[in-house]
Design a protein around this ligand. Sequence first.
Ligand SMILES: [Mg+2]
Length: 229
Amino acid sequence: MIAHDMVVLLDVDNTLLDNDQVRIRLEEDLQRVLSPEHVERFWGIYEDVRDELDFVNFPETIERFGRECTDSECVSQVSAVLYGFSFKDFVYADSMAAIDHVSSFALPVILSDGDQLFQRHKIQSAGLETAVDGNVLVYVHKELELADIKKRFPAAHYAMVDDKPRIHVGMKGAMGAQMTTVMVCQGKYAHDPAHHEFPGADITIEGIGGLLALTAGELRNAASGSVEG
Ligand SMILES: [Mg+2]
């Protein structure tokens, strides 16, 4: 495979898609189809699964809820709400323009954490998979998969756009000056004090639209050698 000059790795949740709002709307939708007790139990299982597996996993949550809940109608309603959800309504206004802009000088690749069923469904249903020509990677912990990422999408230089400080530290630690890290201050982490104390994204943007102002040269040249800059 021919290496690209630059691959830009784009996170999904709270980077291209307003996942905080998705969560709020999903809670409302589930409240419409389930009893308060079932709603509480569903989110309880969701948290149990996340603690146990260390990532959000809706298919496993639905399975476990289905085994506990004796009302099959109730289980099918949950599945219908989750898989019928209109994710495209929660894509940030500037996301598609940002992907187009990146495409003009680099290969945009979606790099998301999650399960292999629902997270992929979400990315496809939101129209994001099409926007990146099907170049979608989903892992449990993306920062541990750099060897696979580099094999799948070889490049002279990488940039990543993500809202989580933890991901930045892991990626920069592994890639050094071969990767430009771009912190996007959207979602719940933007209001986390630790976010502002985070020492070292190479570039910080307030929203995904901030990518539109960056040139290929600015992105590439901003890469420091370490997370402290
Ligand atoms: Mg994210």
